[in-house]
Design a protein around this ligand. Structure first.
Ligand SMILES: [Zn+2]
Ligand SMILES: [Zn+2]
Length: 171
């Protein structure tokens, strides 16, 4: 499988106003949240890229792909891999100011891997969960509540002996 890190836009030889749709495999680097690592699955992601050469010069780019984000569930720490859909656009028109100057295009080279990584990071949900209704861990004993079930409970919380200790600490 040939991986595309960078794409030579000039090499597409598009005339102004012309566009092309490309299917490419792009390596997407893992994300880190705190010390936890979340990998794109698959790590070489099949993407759809539309490149349009604009009439006034420069390029309009549209990137789409879907990949799972695999790592520990942020509630219960078991393996999670929710699917993330990415739909991102960039415009690079030289000499038109910052807004239309894509950070991923330098000269006529597109940093496709860098763009895919950043777009993936933006599309990932704030909480990565093993399933949407993950019950998480018991705050008292850290049992996995998905397995322990709703009947899991602690009759004496807080334990009276601990309550005594807390009182002592306050003095
Ligand atoms: Zn979970
Ligand atoms: Zn418990």
């Amino acid at each position: 499988m040939a991986l595309t890190h960078d794409l030579d836009l000039a090499g597409l030889r598009l005339s102004p106003g012309e566009g092309r749709r490309l299917a490419l495999d792009v390596p997407v680097e893992p994300l880190f949240f705190g010390s936890e690592r979340y990998a794109a699955e698959p790590p070489a992601v099949p993407v759809q890229l539309e490149v349009s050469r604009m009439l006034g010069g420069g390029y309009a780019l549209h990137l789409r792909f879907a990949a799972a984000v695999a790592g520990p569930c942020m509630r219960c720490l078991e393996a999670a891999a929710p699917l993330v859909e990415v739909d991102a656009r960039e415009v690079d028109q030289p000499g038109s100011g910052d807004e239309l100057d894509s950070p991923y295009v330098s000269g006529e080279t597109l940093d496709l891997a860098g763009w895919a990584h950043d777009a993936f990071a933006l599309a990932v949900p704030a909480k990565i969960l093993c399933r949407e209704d993950c019950a998480g861990l018991c705050p008292v004993c850290a049992a996995n509540l998905n397995e322990a079930g709703p009947e899991h409970s602690h009759a004496r919380v807080p334990d009276s002996r601990w309550a005594k200790l807390r009182e002592l600490k306050l003095e």
